[in-house]
Design a protein around this ligand. Sequence first.
Ligand code: GLC
Ligand code: CA
Length: 555
Amino acid sequence: MNDWWKKATVYEIYPRSFKDTNNDGIGDIQGIIEKLDYLENLGIDLLWVTPMYVSPQHDNGYDISDYYAIDPLYGTMEDFDRLIQEAKKRNIYLMMDMVLNHTSIEHKWFKESRKSKDNPYRDYYFWKDLKPDGSAPNNWTSRFGGSAWKYDEKTEQAYLHLFDETQADLNWENENVRNECYKILDFWAKKGIKGFRLDVVNLLSKTPGLPDDPVLGPTGDGRTHNVDGPKIHEYLHAMNQEVFKSMQLVTVGEMSSSTPEQCLLYSQEEREELSMIFSFHHMKSDYKGKAKWTNEPFSLEKLKASQSLFQEKMHKGKGWNALFYSNHDQPRALSRFADDRMYRQESAKLLAITLFGQQGTTFIYQGEEIGMTNAYFSSIDDYKDTESLAAYEELIASGFSEREALIILQQKSRDNARTPMQWDNSIYKGFSTREPWLRINPDEISAEKEMSDENSVFYTYQRLIAYRKKYPIFTEGSYRALDAENKELFIYERLYNEEKLLIISNFSNKNIHYKMPADYREPHRINILESNYGRENLSATLELKPYESLLLFRE
Ligand code: GLC
Ligand code: CA
């Protein structure tokens, strides 16, 4: 089967925070190699490692200055080659994180481009005159706040940056840019990796002329003209033909605000673009409308509505989802969507079950498998992330007190997910022997503790990963939301031939009575695949405990 990756589970590593072996406080490639046995034990198939290329690290590697070399921070190219080999011995394959929407302004292309208006590299990026009144060339905003344009005195023009001002957007209209990007992909593919995670790849194509966006605010200010732009499918298809197809690579595109219709186009097999997509709509279940930097409470209704919509549409249209609740850009799902204090273990398992029952390729973000929680830093000095620091400034400038701004960061900052991996309970949690680059979360959670407890979150993930390989219903089954209006329960079933899966998750801290659907009552034989309360029997009416979750299989 050439779509083995549909049954696979991918583990995301944020190398900076995974495992430090030379004790400089920063995780490294050698650290990943040391932990491969742990990952093999968990049962994962693919590793997605966030960027380790040479970078000034303004956005922790998403600002690349040399695509062909490993940053010495993480090790050497020999270390990287060894990682591929060592992983392969354990049937684990690598997925590289590739950033093709922008480069660091320290990349040689940009340095050339900046020199003069007629430099051969000028057109690798977007350069424009300011408006006569001295304002930016258009009204587009950066995803990290403020205008998306940075004026450069040297040539008296501004360049486009949809992220940090040290990340200049590449001009994909330029054929040379496209060819350079294929070359980069090809270089890494030939090293024996199995795939790519493509960073913000729905932004590659911009409306020619870069017109003002008529829509303002979080859904607009440029998004009309830079999300799923006019040539995006053409570019991805070309990338597929040039590189992915012949090497049989698995690809996942980050599609932050793309619609389900667009996501289908990106991932339908016969279109030959990408294998699957990350959609982020469900990550907005604690946004105020579309606005992220608020402390809006989590809404289960929003989570269910967006996940159910994608499940149904992608199944019907034969697209493919990448399933995730956490990654390096999101606070810990356990802290956001459930209860990370009173019911931490139950909640972590509930999220695992609720996600792994769905259709798609499952992703685990480092630490999720041991139930790590948000860091809740209480001083702005503890935050390191460029997006969080910019958001803090903006919040203060718009009238929030420092305390209020910090409370929002505690809920929304990406640093919540970036604290070092907690391997054991020594002073620096087995991550390093010295003070790490980002503060450690001082709680008691550790991989060591999880491994020694047979009822732990870790083993729940281990079993879930195995079920997905064993039962075709996980990959093939259709999706049906049940009790869609319920504000506390997330219930859905999967249907495949005569088989059924039923997932029941109580996202509240209350006991709730739930009447089992007739199909799952006597005389049908129901197999309890997972229960986060160790339930052994079912009844016509269940009294669900706080954050209780069940995965039931009817053969
Ligand atoms: C993606 C990455 C994120 C980065 C941004 C800009 O969203 O996941 O970490 O800041 O792109 O490259
Ligand atoms: Ca190190």
